[in-house]
Design a protein around this ligand. Structure first.
Ligand SMILES: N[C@@H](CCC[C@H](N)C(=O)O)C(=O)O
Length: 278
């Protein structure tokens, strides 16, 4: 059975959004694999279904391009906020979204009455090894700890933003073969739920260059939760201030780890086209 969709991206991280108030999808996993395919489908990093919630304004579920369901997706929260507002599903500009990682709060920011960006309260980072989860660290934080892949040793800092991230700081991003190391780290035995992998190069205390290998999606042009995890990791390693620009392959995000322990992410959200998936 077909359904209406809209295609969105946030800094090049692209999604098929489906309005679950009006459209029906029976098998999310299979549908995600089919629609995300860039040759035989619509082409996207993930499929997102927006539906009613009993505890927030809307509920959103996110499926990676391999069909796996993620707890959270930062770039999608910005797209969903703009989508529900512009399609008049709400009049609110401060929206509560129910996700598998809890309630996330995006706010649409206008400049002279015109959409400018979305700022999202991404909640508090989770730093306990057992909760991220990473095997072998109990409830301790995982800051600059060694991990071995093939015969190469990396130093990782792990953070959950509702979904798990492993951040590795490098001196020169150009020397990192993400296609080769990303998939090995994603399924490393230390990570029982697999992991999203970020390589980060510090440009200065307010600027981080980051590239990502996403769990269930591979290389994407941007990752919102990954950017938040990277900023938190940079602060924990005394590498940056608590607010910085994250320079990604698809654009920039501004991330702040505020004094209230919440992480805030600001960035773009853009509709590209809409149509009917047959
Ligand atoms: N691109 C996203 C994260 C999507 C989910 C991730 N691949 C996972 O499985 O955790 C973002 O912007 O945060």
């Amino acid at each position: 059975m077909g359904f209406n969709f809209t295609k969105w991206h946030g800094a090049g991280n692209d999604f098929v959004l489906v309005n679950g108030f009006t459209e029906t999808i029976l098998d999310f996993e299979k549908t995600a694999i089919a629609v995300c395919n860039r040759n035989f489908g619509i082409g996207a990093d993930g499929l997102v279904i927006i539906s009613p919630s009993e505890i927030a304004d809307f509920k959103m579920r996110i499926f990676n391009s391999d069909g796996s369901e993620a707890e959270m997706c930062g770039n999608v929260t910005r797209c969903v906020a703009r989508y529900v507002y512009e399609n008049k599903l709400t009049e609110k500009t401060k929206i509560e979204l129910e996700t598998k990682a809890g309630i996330i709060r995006p706010e649409i920011i206008f400049e002279n009455g015109i959409f400018n960006q979305v700022k999202v309260d991404m909640g508090e980072p989770i730093l306990s090894g057992a909760l991220i989860p990473v095997i072998g660290f109990g409830n301790n934080r995982i800051i600059n700890e060694k991990i071995l892949v093939d015969t190469i040793e990396y130093n990782m800092t792990c953070v959950s933003m509702g979904n798990p991230h492993c951040v590795i700081f490098v001196d020169d991003m150009k020397k990192i073969n993400l296609n080769s190391i990303g998939p090995k780290l994603e399924v490393h035995k230390s990570f029982p739920k697999k992991i999203n992998v970020e390589f980060a190069e510090i440009k200065n205390e307010h600027h981080i260059r980051m590239r990502v290998w996403e769990r269930g999606a591979g290389i994407t042009l941007a990752c919102g939760t990954g950017s938040c995890a990277t900023l938190v990791a940079a602060v924990l390693n005394n590498k940056t201030e608590r607010k910085a620009t994250l320079e990604l392959d698809g654009g920039n995000l501004i991330i702040e780890w505020a004094d209230n322990n919440h992480v805030y992410m600001s960035g773009p959200a853009q509709e590209v086209f809409h149509g009917v998936y047959l």
